[in-house]
Each structure stands twice: as C-alpha cells, then as structure tokens.
Design a protein around this ligand. Structure first.
Ligand code: S3P
Length: 174
C-alpha cells in the first residue's frame, strides 16, 4: 500500500465468519468512509433476506445480484466494502474488485470459523451452512481453498480481534 491517497476503496473478502462485516464497521468509523455490506445492499435492493432470495430465486439469482451490487458500489470511491464469502467465485467479480480498490482477504482456521458461524446470532442467516454447519464449512473450505489468493493482502484473524485487524490495515495504509 502506497498511502491512503492511492486507495480508492477498501474491499474485504474472505470466507463466512472471518469478520469482514465487523472489521468494515471499524474501518469506516476510523476513516470516515461509507460502509457497504454487499449482502445488506442485496437485501435492500431485492426487498428480501438472503435466505429468502436463495429459497425463492436460487443461488444463481443471488450471484447475479451480487455481481451487480459489486460493480455499482465499486464504481465510486471512499467506501469500505464487505463482500459475501462467495463473491470471489466469479472471475468478473475478482476483476471488478481489483480494479475498484485495495482487496484484503481475511482468513481463519477451521475451528475458529465453525465456532463463529455456529453462534446463535449467526445461525439461520447463511443458507449455504444450513443443516450440519461443521460439515458444510469443511466441504466449502475445501472447494474454496485458493479462492481468496487473488487478494493484495491477507490477514489471518484466528487469534486477532476485529479491532486488531482494522489497526493492522490502517497501519499498512499510512
Ligand atoms: C456466502 C456468504 C454469505 C452470503 C451468502 C453466500 C458464501 O456472506 O453472501 O450466504 O457463498 O460464502 P458472509 O460471508 O458475509 O456470511
């Protein structure tokens, strides 16, 4: 990172439960930048929750919403964008993200992820983890092994608080 001036937007990518939303909130407050969570933006535009969207329109429709929202929000500047865990799967999305900002991947070990996504607050909000969350995380992690490697920086959040992660990023931006 060559200083704040060169960074148009910050884009957080990473598996479900890596802390993208919480870290984006802290960064947005500290920088005075607008925070966009692509899942929340999709829900607002579609007028449906993510589980409803998956159930009624299917995953492909959700992915189309996701691509449209990414393109729209990253055409501007001064935003901290938290993306959904699968936003990295389309090559076109990866291109839009790299062209639109500084892409930082948050990672965490499997046990930390399972603990975080199984908390009562998180349960039910992620259709891809419905049923046996542990088995679903294991299978998805396996299939997405290298999916976040395109990011320009990576932070392992397993033993860091969201504030630690945000501080690390802010230090890199100086
Ligand atoms: C998904 C992750 C979710 C949400 C949707 C699909 C995924 O976002 O976009 O349920 O494919 O990994 P979070 O990573 O914010 O949970």
């Amino acid at each position: 990172m060559d200083g704040l001036g060169k960074c148009r937007n910050i884009v957080l990518v990473g598996f479900m439960g890596t802390g993208k939303s919480t870290v984006s909130r802290i960064l947005s407050e500290r920088l005075g930048w607008e925070r966009i969570d692509t899942d929340e933006e999709i829900e607002r535009r579609a007028g449906k929750t993510i589980p409803q969207l998956f159930a009624e329109e299917g995953e492909q429709s959700f992915r189309n919403w996701e691509s449209r929202v990414l393109e729209d929000v990253l055409s501007g500047s001064g935003k901290v964008v938290a993306t959904g865990g699968g936003a990295v799967l389309r090559e076109s999305n990866r291109r839009v993200m790299l062209a639109g900002g500084w892409v930082v991947a948050l990672t965490a070990d499997k046990d930390s992820l399972i603990k975080r996504v199984s908390s009562s607050a998180a349960a039910g909000s992620r259709p891809l983890l419905a049923g046996d969350a542990e088995a679903r995380v294991t299978a998805l992690l396996e299939s997405r092994q290298r999916a976040y490697d395109f990011a320009q920086a990576t932070i392992d959040t397993s033993r860091l608080s969201p504030a630690d992660v945000a501080n690390m990023m802010l230090n890199w931006m100086r």
